[in-house]
Design a binder for this molecule. Structure first.
Ligand code: SF4
Length: 120
């Protein structure tokens, strides 16, 4: 009788451990811990012809900030350009323009989803 109970107890605990293992595995995978598939911002290929598109010196965080606002070097909305945005930093000494929101070069013809019409 004791053996039957012990076997039952053992099987019950063993099956619960299996459920817990499958659940933990599913949870780890759902949280992105199951592999090297984390999505990170990537630097677009730098153009040798235009240093204002070279982001090779930026950090992952800088690149992520640019990606967060969907920055592009060439606007698709002609009336919304970086050089008519309130947050645009004019080029200095023949350099590239910039943006108050993130680090790195910004093209005059660029755009992002945080565009603000220039009041001046
Ligand atoms: Fe360009 Fe956006 Fe910065 Fe305005 S906020 S200057 S549109 S990148």
């Amino acid at each position: 009788m004791d053996n039957a109970l012990n076997r039952k107890e053992f099987l019950k605990k063993f099956s619960l451990m299996g459920v817990a293992a499958v659940g933990a595995s599913t949870l780890i995978t759902a949280c992105g811990g199951g592999g090297e598939q984390t999505e990170t911002a990537q630097a677009p290929a730098a153009s040798a012809a235009d240093p204002c598109t070279d982001v090779s010196g930026l950090t992952e965080n800088d690149l992520q900030m640019r990606a967060n606002v969907n920055y592009v070097e060439q606007t698709e909305i002609p009336e919304q350009r970086c050089d008519n945005c309130q947050l645009y930093k004019q080029p200095e000494n023949g350099g590239c323009g910039g943006c108050l929101l993130f680090a790195g070069p910004v093209t005059a013809a660029g755009w992002c989803s945080s565009w603000v019409p220039n009041q001046g």
